[in-house]
Design a protein. Structure first.
Lengths: 503, 176, 985
């Protein structure tokens, strides 16, 4: 059986690029495969992972409580390094978030059909990532209990307003807008699938729950009529938004006068970095998900390859950014600027060896390795099609992008203008558990999402399937027998064999 | 009380066809249901051009204007103070917030406006839900619904729909 | 002769002078055996807990107590006390004595509680300025660890019991053998009152014996004078008369007791030009003076004498007074560098003639002192002023202690009265003073804290703080100075005079009565002039007359001939110095001083073994490595701190650390150097053994980076350079930077505040840091947080090195908020928490701040400080009294920084408005400006052409730090110009 499927897949590959949907699907099978697992009992692996996630989340809670109760002093921050893990994690998470919006919005606008299988997934990732990011701006302030509302322009009793020349104010607006918009975008896309869940649910209470969540959607043509436009417009809106958000995040640094921050190149370089890390994170999550959720027929090697290409491109942009920074630091002839980058590269020092050693040089080079060297493996077809390679690469890229933020935030600050205040920053256990904790919290949310909501935009896949079929008819592509075999019924092991064979 | 005739089709094309025929026969209160937007159904039902873009535009502009005015009034009028010797009203620094607030209002209007105004949702109850089979409308089947006039028994309508290739035709009545 | 009266028989009217707590006070005289709560637990609880309990209880009593102004009439400096207006501080003249030298002070009191110490402008030793110790003394007054209870072997006793016991015993001693068993070990003093008491005690107890002791002793000076002049003289240096100054291990540019006038005079002659003075320093460890010298020769301690001899010979060059030295000097071997230095210096001194002076530090050997005297006499130097020493016992070194110790061991001592500060801790180890004290049957110790010494004494008497006592002393020039209390003793303190008077049977006399009576007897104009004296704080025109003694050259030559200079080659030498912050350890519990960085090493919260980079390489150690150092005795563990400019082949350690007393803040900080000191070599010697322990120890250093890395925040140039290319550098550093914004118009407002800091005048002594901390309620963050570089000082002193690592050029730069007109911190604050005032101050709005810390990131000067924790959370009620009510106490999570002392500006504004006149220049002085001994800081209205600050802002040396960032600071710096000898460059 497996062989026959393989043969058929081979036959098709011979005729057209890697397929967007594997096996021949109809709406019924799609429902079964894409919604079915919601009704299955959670597997042991899932429960184990959620357990781990919740443990990490508990640690996060501890760290947050301690920070609020005792003060930022529990972190490693000092003067001059007044920003550190808090901001690093913030930028890292929000950057990760961007890929989601980008995948679903921009690709929708460009009519990239391959988008449909991963956009829901990516959008969810966006939401949860932004959720992690949103934790830090408030938490890192000295008095969060005020920051949480003094940052918003409301007529306060002391008749003082926020100061809109501060990039932090721009941040407040950008991040909150970004979160709300992507939430709405995601939910709007989810409604028809929630309805589908409602209608395919067996138990009465489930039907209730999904019925409420879907607002009573009934797929009326009059609704679809507005729905398509609204969804398209939201996508059109999200696209400039996602660019603006990371541009503004980059302003947090670019608008200041700190050497290593004050750079006109930052907006594009930050956006590229965001897309880079975002796609890496999608990849990190998607590779295992498509296997264990059995989505290989909708998330096909073609999707993965496309993502690899995007990562390659963005890594080139980011690499160019690094190159430019260092070139300009020399070209500008500005002492502070030149020292800043020399210090990052590890080419030190003045006539005196400073009493403080510099432990940060490895981090810079690790960043270069992860963000510039590793992705170049995607030049090869092999790198772009081997799931294991791309998975490890994507993880390394996530690490590299975290290092990039560390380099920008900490290394820039710890040696700025007056050498008298130069010092070394060391994170404390609270810093580390904040980073680790958010990762766990993120994974927990993601696991819950994977269990209780359709990880793939079912209605869009159906639409796509329909379009493809009609295309087949038009192009007189060989019609396939309707025997209802499809990969889900095969053992995962066999599946892999096929993929091996196919390469 | 409202009564509907529901007809289920296996694939989109016959449904579109049926919808068109019914409309051309001058039947009122037509609607179609599908798990995903079906090509051609709009003109089959002769749906008017959607007002959603207009709403979005208005909301977006309002948001942007509001954002700009907010910044100008708070920093340059109501609480004018020397901040780092910068001009109190510096338009370049106002661009980001202006843009963001525009986007925000636009997005809010798109979601809630469409849902609550154009779709008239949330609506947990609708006569079509009276029929169990209708659950397939969000999964893999395609439905057409037509409203029956007062006193009309609808037998001929059922017949027409069967002729148009409906697999299954049922009649539902709104609960009172 | 007066008969001994039993003190208790007739109670003098003055009971309120001693009461232990409010309750007791209300009840009148204390009943027997009534102690503050906690006393009952003796035996059941540990001694330490017991002391803490007492401390706490009495502290609360004190809070209430201190609002009483003393019973006697005390006279305010400017206005009458009876009209205390709430919110209006009063200023009282008083003084603080250190090493027997009194510095006149003006103390600010809010509603009866002293809050700030300033210098007394008319006092010769202060000239309106203060050093670190005076500034920080206010914290000591409110120190909750201060001892509160008079004890006998740990059991609380009342003052009256003490008097009764001591009186009987003294009576017996006197009857026995005229008090042969009575010994006094006093803090070096110059108080006329104490002198009188001593005299009277000697008449009663002919065989009693008085000695003084201080770890930072004066005996070297005394013996040097003895050798040179045949009599003990004290020498001060009037640097306003000096054009060439040579310092041999002398440190006149740090505000040690009595050196403020020298600092002022030196700074006054640093204006670039022909009149500019030239400073040579010969020393082992880089000192504040060394940092400011025009030429510096780093030598091992053993090389000082030969160099002094060679210098003397060279200056004499075979003729005149110094002729006898020429043959002796032949035996001296100097290396090429030293020889060149000596030749040039000698030539310069000869050229300067009467305007030349050689200063030998108090730690140098009598021979070096004598040689310095000889040179000064030969030059007929006008700068050197010899006076009869005002000290009761000029020979206050360890030698006296040794005699005492032998007397004790021979069993002749029955009663020992100790008012010297903590001799058991500071005495050289070979005396083993602790065991000696144990052997004394009846030992009495008066101290501020229950320290190492109190543990060894039968009786412990809590001491008064200078701000709590009536007394007198003499200034560095002998001027009679008064000590006036600002409040009742908070914690039952007893003055030194009271203790002495106990042996005259007058222990129940109030300190005021004693002082008054003495002066009535001493001067017949006392009654008439008393009020003026007290309110001025001193008696004008009582300075001791200078003498011009003859140098006994043959004696000096003989001593030089007898001296042995050769040291085993390669032997490592030890150099012990008094600590810049803790003096001899008496300030160890003063957290302000603990957290003030050492002016040279920038080390806080501890001491370290200082050595040059070369020596460190040779020993294979680096900063933070822990080593064992020993000098013919038990070794001590010390962390290494490599510091450029230190002499090779020597290690420097400072006094005052490794304390084991009841002081909570002092315990476990640094290491005790006593094991390295011996009576005959208290300041070190050769043959130091060093072993690396392989451990590392964190050091709380506030500045890790030495180089300016081409940013040149502190411009430092030689005179000839200044007349050439240097001027361009300065002009570049103040050239206006192009900007898109139209500058804010300040011409409308009446005041445009600004500051100017003259780097040529600033010595880096750090007095301003403590002054700022005291004025602005700046919290102390503790060792751990300083290691994390979270210190809160609004004003810090940056110290940079340039040139070679072995022999660098060092410069100190006070760095505080420069109040940029285009402040980078402001536009990044999202909540308008830091904005500009209409007069151009960069203001920090604490209660609006949410603590994003963005402003700090964007501050190129990094002068903003953040409250990472709630540092003022657990301040005891006693400490709260210290707070300046005009300055907000900041809470957690808030950014703070220098405000140009806005509270002082506002007070002056109120006064000027009331009187409908503009604010005068002298009315607004920032705390740092007021404290600065060398007048390096000026502040004022840039709109007023008459104001000094305006003139400095027009000075050809003025520039702005990081000018090219276009921040347009309101604080201008004046480039440092040095005056090196062309022959040496």
């Amino acid at each position: 059986m497996a062989i026959s499927v393989a043969a058929r897949l081979a036959a098709r590959r011979a005729l057209e690029p890697l397929p967007l949907l594997e096996g021949d699907q109809d709406d019924g099978t799609l429902n079964k495969t894409l919604l079915g697992y919601v009704w299955r009992r959670p597997g042991k692996g899932w429960l184990l992972l959620v357990g781990l996630g919740l443990t990490g989340t508990a640690l996060l809670t501890v760290a947050v409580v301690i920070t609020v109760a005792k003060g930022i002093g529990m972190w490693g921050n000092n003067i001059p390094v007044a920003w550190a893990f808090g901001i690093i994690n913030f930028v890292w998470w929000i950057g990760i978030g961007h890929a989601g919006t980008l995948i679903s919005a921009i690709l929708l606008l460009f009519q990239q059909k391959w988008r449909t299988s991963i956009n829901r997934f990516a959008e969810a990732m966006t939401l949860f990532a932004v959720l992690q990011a949103a934790l830090f701006p408030v938490l890192h302030t000295g008095r969060p209990w005020f920051a949480i509302y003094w940052l918003f322009p409301y007529p306060s009793t002391n008749r003082i307003w926020p100061q809109f020349k501060s990039p932090l104010m721009w941040d407040v607006f950008a991040v909150s807008t970004y979160f709300i918009t992507s939430l709405l975008f995601w939910y709007l896309g989810l409604i028809p699938d929630l309805a589908a869940l409602r209608d395919s649910s067996s138990k009465r209470w489930m039907r209730r729950v999904y019925g409420i969540m879907s607002f009573g959607w009934r797929g009326s043509a009059r609704h679809w009529h507005h729905y398509k436009i609204a969804y398209l417009l939201l996508a059109g809106l999200a696209t400039p938004l996602v660019l603006s958000v990371h541009t503004i995040v980059s302003y947090d640094f670019a608008v200041s006068i700190v050497p290593g921050w004050h750079e006109t190149i930052f907006p594009p370089y930050f956006v590229a970095g965001a897309v880079f890390s975002g796609f890496a994170m999608v990849m990190t999550l998607m590779v295992p998900a498509r296997r264990f959720l059995r989505l290989k027929h909708v998330v096909t090697p073609r999707h993965l390859e496309a993502m690899c290409k995007i990562m390659l491109t963005t890594s080139l942009i980011v690499g160019y950014g690094y190159l430019m920074e260092h070139f300009i630091s020399w070209y500008s002839g500005n002492a502070a600027d030149f020292y800043q980058y020399a210090n990052r590269r590890g080419i030190l020092h003045g006539p005196f060896k400073s009493a403080a050693q510099d432990p940060y040089i490895p981090i810079f080079w690790l960043m270069v390795f992860c963000n510039v060297v590793v992705p170049s493996i995607f030049w090869t077809k092999w790198g772009r099609t081997n799931v294991y390679v791309m998975w490890f690469a994507s993880i390394l890229i996530n690490v590299g992008m975290w290092c990039e933020r560390f380099v920008i935030v900490v290394i820039s600050l710890h040696r700025d203008y007056l050498p008298s205040s130069w010092t070394i920053y060391k994170p404390t256990w609270v810093d580390l558990s904040l980073l680790f904790g958010t990762i766990c919290f993120f994974s927990t949310l993601f696991l819950l999402f994977l269990k209780f909501l359709p990880a793939v935009a079912v209605q869009e896949v159906k639409e796509l399937r329909h379009e493809l079929d009609t295309e087949h008819e038009r192009h007189e592509l060989p019609e396939f027998s309707q025997e209802a075999i499809h990969p889900m019924e095969l053992e995962v092991g066999e599946e892999d064999e096929q993929e091996e064979k196919l390469r | 009380m409202k009564r509907l005739v529901l007809a289920e089709f296996a694939s989109p094309e016959p449904m579109v066809e049926a919808a068109r025929k019914l409309r051309e026969s001058g039947r009122q209160g037509l609607d179609a249901y599908s798990p995903y937007p079906v090509h051609g159904i709009d003109e089959a039902l002769k749906l008017p051009r959607s007002k959603v873009p207009l709403m979005a535009l208005v909301a977006g502009l309002t948001g942007a204007a509001g954002g700009y005015v907010l910044q100008w009034w708070t920093n340059a009028v109501d609480y004018l103070i020397n901040v780092a010797n910068r001009p109190a009203h510096a338009w370049p620094t106002n661009i980001p917030v202006t843009f963001e607030s525009g986007v925000l209002l636009c997005a809010l209007s798109l979601f809630f406006g469409t849902l609550f105004y154009f779709f008239r949702l949330p609506r947990p109850y609708h006569p079509v839900f009276e029929s169990e089979e209708f659950r397939s409308a969000s999964l893999d089947k395609f439905w057409v619904s037509a409203e029956l006039k007062e006193g009309e028994d609808g037998q001929d309508l059922v017949r027409t729909l069967r002729d148009l290739g409906a697999r299954r035709v049922t009649q539902v009545a709104e609960e009172t | 002769m007066p008969s001994l009266k039993l003190p208790i028989v007739q109670a003098h009217g003055d009971e309120r002078a001693q009461w232990r707590s409010l309750e007791e006070r209300r009840r009148g005289i204390a009943a027997e055996g009534e102690f503050p709560p906690g006393a009952a637990e003796v035996g059941t609880t540990s001694r330490r807990e017991f002391v803490q309990l007492l401390g706490a209880t009495v502290a609360f009593a004190g809070t209430a107590g201190c609002f009483k102004i003393p019973g006697e009439q005390i006279l305010p400096y400017t206005r009458q006390p009876e009209e205390i207006v709430p919110g209006r501080p009063l200023h009282y003249a008083t003084s603080m004595t250190l090493g027997g030298r009194a510095t006149g002070l003006l103390v600010t009191a809010h509603e009866g509680r002293p809050t700030k110490v300033e210098g007394n402008p008319e006092h010769p030793s202060s000239l309106g300025a203060t050093g670190l110790f005076e500034q920080a003394s206010i914290l000591q007054l409110y120190d909750p660890n201060r001892a509160a209870v008079l004890q006998q072997n740990g059991r609380p006793r009342s003052w009256r019991e003490f008097l009764a016991v001591q009186h009987d015993r003294a009576l017996a001693l006197r009857r026995k053998d005229g008090g042969a068993g009575l010994r006094f070990l006093l803090e070096p003093g110059t108080s006329p009152l104490v002198a009188d008491l001593r005299a009277r005690i000697r008449t009663l107890f002919p065989n009693a014996r008085f000695r003084s002791y201080s770890a930072v002793s004066n005996d070297g000076v005394a013996r040097g004078a003895q050798l040179a002049f045949g009599t003990v003289l004290d020498t001060q240096f009037d640097l306003s008369k000096a054009r060439v100054i040579a310092c041999l291990e002398a440190d006149p540019l740090h505000p040690w007791p009595g050196s403020i006038p020298a600092m002022r005079a030196w700074a006054d002659k640093r204006e670039p030009g022909p009149e500019m003075n030239r400073l040579y320093a010969v020393e082992c460890a880089l000192s504040v003076t060394g940092m400011n010298s025009d030429h510096r020769l780093r030598i091992r301690p053993s090389q000082l004498a030969p160099i002094a001899l060679a210098l003397a010979a060279k200056v004499g060059s075979g003729q005149g007074l110094l002729a006898p030295l020429t043959p002796v000097a032949a035996k001296v071997r100097l290396d090429e560098k030293q020889q060149r230095f000596v030749d040039v210096l000698a030539a310069d001194l000869r050229a300067a003639g009467r305007a030349g002076v050689v200063i030998a530090g108090p730690r140098t050997s009598p021979l070096v002192q004598a040689l310095a005297h000889a040179i000064n006499t030969a030059l007929a130097s006008e700068a050197a002023r010899h006076r009869k020493s005002a000290l009761h016992d000029p020979d206050d070194g360890a030698a006296g202690l040794r005699e005492l110790a032998t007397e004790i061991r021979s069993g002749t001592v029955d009663t020992l009265v100790v008012t010297a500060v903590n001799p058991v801790h500071t005495a050289p180890y070979d005396l083993n003073l602790a065991t000696a004290f144990d052997a004394v049957p009846n030992s009495i110790y008066r101290g501020l804290y229950e320290d190492e010494t109190s543990k060894r004494c039968a009786w412990f008497v809590p001491a008064t703080h200078p701000l709590e006592e009536w007394g007198d002393a003499r200034a560095h020039d002998g001027t009679v100075t008064f000590v006036q209390p600002l409040l009742q003793p908070l914690l039952n303190g007893i003055t030194e005079a009271q203790i002495l008077s106990a042996f005259l049977g007058e222990g129940d006399k109030s300190p005021y009565a004693m002082l008054r009576e003495y002066w009535r007897s001493a001067r017949n104009d006392a009654d008439a002039a008393w009020e003026k004296w007290i309110s001025d704080g001193f008696i004008a025109g009582t300075a001791t007359a200078p003498e011009s003694p003859q140098v006994r050259m043959e004696a000096v030559a003989a001593a030089a001939l007898a001296a042995r200079f050769e040291v085993p080659a390669g032997a490592l030498e030890l150099n012990v110095v008094p600590d810049y912050r803790l003096y001899d350890g008496r300030f160890a519990n003063d957290v302000w001083l603990q957290e003030t960085p050492d002016p040279v090493t920038k080390l806080t919260w501890g001491n370290a073994a200082l050595m040059s980079p070369a020596t460190a390489r040779q020993l294979g150690v680096d900063t933070r490595d822990v080593i064992d150092i020993g000098l013919h005795g038990p070794p001590v563990h010390a962390p290494v701190l490599v510091i450029p400019g230190h002499a090779d082949g020597a290690v420097t350690v400072s006094l005052g650390y490794g304390r084991g007393g009841a002081e909570q803040n002092a315990g476990g900080i640094g290491f005790d150097v006593a094991p390295l000191r011996r009576v005959d070599a208290p300041w070190g010697g050769s043959g130091l053994t060093v072993t690396k322990l392989g451990r590392r120890q964190p050091l709380a250093i506030t500045q890790e980076h030495w180089s300016m890395e081409a940013r040149d925040p502190a411009l430092d140039m030689d005179l000839h350079d200044f007349e050439g290319r240097g001027r361009e550098r300065i002009e570049d550093a103040r050239a206006p930077v192009a900007t898109m914004h139209t500058p804010w118009d300040y011409s409308k407002v009446q005041y445009k505040w600004g500051m100017a800091i003259d780097l040529s005048r600033c010595t880096g002594c750090s007095a301003c840091m403590v002054a700022c901390q005291s004025e602005n309620n700046i919290p102390v963050v503790g060792k751990g947080n300083v290691e994390k570089s979270r210190e809160m000082h609004w004003l810090r002193l940056d110290r940079y090195f340039s040139g070679s690592e072995d022999d660098p050029r060092a410069i100190a730069q006070p760095m505080l908020c420069v109040h940029c007109e285009t402040a980078p911190c402001e536009y990044v604050c999202p909540v308008n928490a830091t904005v500009h005032s209409d007069e151009g101050l960069n203001e920090m709005v604490y209660n609006r701040c949410i603590g994003t810390r963005y402003c700090s990131n964007n501050c190129p000067y990094k002068v903003r400080r953040f409250n990472y924790f709630n540092y003022t959370y657990d301040v005891t009620d006693l400490e709260k009294l210290r707070m300046n009510p005009d300055v907000t106490v900041r809470s957690r999570g808030v950014m703070e920084k220098c405000t140009y002392c806005v509270q002082r500006i506002e007070r002056a504004r109120i006064d000027s408005r009331v009187q409908e006149r503009p604010i005068a220049e002298k009315e607004v002085q920032t705390a740092c400006q007021q404290a600065c001994p060398s007048r390096a800081i000026v502040f004022g209205n840039l709109h007023d052409k008459q104001h000094e600050v305006t003139k400095k802002h027009a000075d050809e040396r003025h520039y702005y730090v990081l000018n090219d960032l276009g921040t347009r600071p309101r604080t201008a710096y004046l480039a440092r110009v040095r005056n090196p000898n062309p022959k040496l460059t």
